[in-house]
Write a protein that binds this ligand. Structure first.
Ligand code: ADP
Ligand code: MG
Length: 328
């Protein structure tokens, strides 16, 4: 686990809502005001409503959100399986809006690895674990000896070396998904996208899969984005981004902080996403805790902004009036 200062200094404190600064390393995953509108029998569904996202090289990030918030829509776009209605999306230097043909095939083969919720979409049931991991390498034209070495390396790294000769039916759900992580990283992609990889698993198996993804991240340096509604994922990643109504709403960064006595403590810092227009969404628990409604009162301090409930104490009729004493 990195220190909180490292996590924040790595620029992860800023949800991507602007062009990457000149001179800085380009984020591996970059979305700018991404919009995806689906039309179903004449009715429009706005699945993504101007989503900004920036993920740096080698980050292990979780994207969490309620059902229908747009997680799979985003992942399908990042996987180059769907096109956005508007906005920009780039992954590892590829422009996802203009990418076609041979570039897209190379993107699927070498740049990104996928992990889906249903094992049937990740693995072939009639092949063994080792044969499944070999398949993407065969498609990429890797020699047999290299394939064999990589299969052993990958299955061992993910704690499923004993599964090499077994077929799907002989493996537990958690083992299947860990083998699937192996398939996804076989060709050493720079990005791994996982959509609800633990959706069909119990708590222990889910923890094993998250741990395998963490290992894949630290051992291969791949940038990993895990989409999930399983909040236990936050124990396994440094950065958890929340998506609400097709937009990034907030994120939590975790790391260790060393006290004056040298003791290390886990700390989590919460951030709200701020878009170009200055819009931010407060987390629902903050809104409820202070019964914030309709509008809030703002104050600008030299290095921070204050925010109070907009209702004036004792106004009785619930009307919101400005304070006259300069105090909340
Ligand atoms: P999540 O993965 O967070 O549960 P989705 O991205 O699947 O959410 O869906 C976001 C919204 O877009 C939902 O309202 C969903 O019904 C709608 N949606 C997703 N895919 C399609 C589609 N192919 N056609 C029509 N509506 C869709
Ligand atoms: Mg989904």
């Amino acid at each position: 686990m990195s220190t909180i200062d490292e996590v924040i200094a790595a620029g992860r404190a800023q949800p991507g809502n602007r062009e990457p600064d000149a001179g800085k390393t380009e984020p591996v995953i970059y979305c700018d005001r991404l919009v995806r509108i689906f039309k179903v029998s004449g009715v429009e569904v706005q699945a993504l409503q101007g989503l900004d996202l920036s993920v740096g090289a080698g980050e292990l990030t979780a994207l969490v959100g309620a059902s229908g918030s747009g997680k799979s829509t985003l992942l399908n776009i990042l996987a180059a399986l769907d096109l956005p209605t508007g906005g920009q999306a780039r992954v590892a230097g590829h422009d996802l809006l203009t990418m076609r043909g041979a570039e897209r095939v190379a993107y699927w083969r070498h740049t990104v690895g996928f992990l889906w919720q249903q094992t049937g979409r990740n693995l072939f049931a009639h092949l063994t674990a080792a044969e499944n991991v070999a398949l993407p390498m065969r498609l990429a034209g890797l020699a047999r000896a290299q394939r064999r070495r990589r299969i052993a390396e990958v299955l061992d790294m993910l704690g499923v070396a004993d599964c090499a000769g077994k077929r799907l039916a002989q493996l537990s759900g958690g083992q299947q998904q860990r083998v699937a992580v192996g398939v996804a990283i076989a060709n050493q992609p720079s990005v791994l996208l996982a959509d609800e990889p633990t959706g069909e698993l119990d708590d222990q198996a889910a923890a094993d899969v998250f741990a395998a993804l963490r290992t894949a991240n630290s051992e291969t340096g791949a940038t990993i984005l895990i989409v999930t509604h399983d909040s236990s994922v936050s124990e396994h990643v440094n950065r958890t981004i929340a998506i609400r109504d097709g937009r990034i709403s907030s994120e939590v960064l975790r790391g260790t902080e060393t006290g004056a006595d040298g003791s290390a403590a886990q700390v989590a810092v919460q951030y709200a996403a701020l878009d170009r227009a200055g819009r931010l969404q407060l987390p629902p628990d903050y809104v409820e805790a202070l019964d914030l409604r309709e509008r809030v009162r703002l104050g600008l301090e030299p290095d921070h902004v204050t925010l109070w409930p907009g209702q004036v104490r004792g106004s009785g009729d619930g009307r919101q009036l400005p304070g006259s004493d300069g105090q909340p």
